[in-house]
Design a protein around this ligand. Structure first.
Ligand SMILES: CC(C)(COP(=O)(O)OP(=O)(O)OC[C@H]1O[C@@H](n2cnc3c(N)ncnc32)[C@H](O)[C@@H]1OP(=O)(O)O)[C@@H](O)C(=O)NCCC(=O)NCCS
Length: 166
């Protein structure tokens, strides 16, 4: 499996992967809006035998400015539970860290994201309409975040779509 940066030539395949993973078009629409707005900082595909089977997006947040929002992450249903999502998560986190981002926020299932170090406690100091057990954050340790509270606000595409779930 190869994890690499998405290319323009991947856009159609990505649309299919995201739509099939979620079983609806909303998240693929979110990816399009984030791209059009120029808010995507990291977008990776997982490729197996030259087929795009997974995709992850990390976008810059309105607040804190030093944080990324991770959403959506998608793996084609027939390729799920084979480690594709984990490989995308690990590489996405690594690239965020390499690029000196201080934190990553996401909204999702704790049972899945805890294994990568995301915790609701880490997000608890930030106010958000999504605050609660599913709203989690990861501090990228080497970057020593200088803010530990305030408002956590995703890129504007999320509120325009009205769907911030990963
Ligand atoms: C969530 C998703 C990206 C995970 O990708 P994946 O390639 O299947 O994940 P991996 O193979 O790396 O990991 C599989 C593990 O995650 C667990 N897992 C997968 N999705 C989960 C979920 N929504 N909640 C809890 N655990 C989940 C599996 O049980 C499995 O656990 P195990 O290793 O203990 O058996 C993928 O299932 C997907 O695209 N789902 C549909 C879209 C979606 O719901 N995205 C995010 C929602 S939070």
């Amino acid at each position: 499996m190869i994890i690499r940066k998405e290319q323009q030539s991947d856009h159609e395949a990505i649309k299919s992967v995201v739509t099939d993973a979620f079983g609806q078009p909303d998240e693929a629409h979110l990816v399009d809006m984030l791209r059009t707005d120029g808010d995507i900082e990291i977008a990776l595909v997982a490729e197996l035998d030259r087929q795009v089977v997974g995709h992850i997006v990390l976008s810059r947040m309105i607040s804190p400015e030093t944080a990324l929002g991770l959403a959506p992450i998608s793996v084609l249903p027939t390729f799920q539970r084979q480690g594709v999502g984990s490989a995308l998560m690990r590489e996405g986190i690594k690239r965020a860290q390499d690029n000196s981002w201080e934190r990553i926020f996401l909204l999702g299932e704790p049972a899945y994201y805890n294994r990568f170090g995301f915790a609701a406690e880490t997000a608890a100091g930030f106010s958000s309409p999504y605050a609660g057990p599913y709203f989690m954050a990861l501090e990228l340790a080497e970057n020593f975040p200088d803010e530990s509270g305030g408002v956590a606000e995703y890129a504007s595409a999320f509120s325009r779509l009205g769907a911030d779930e990963t």
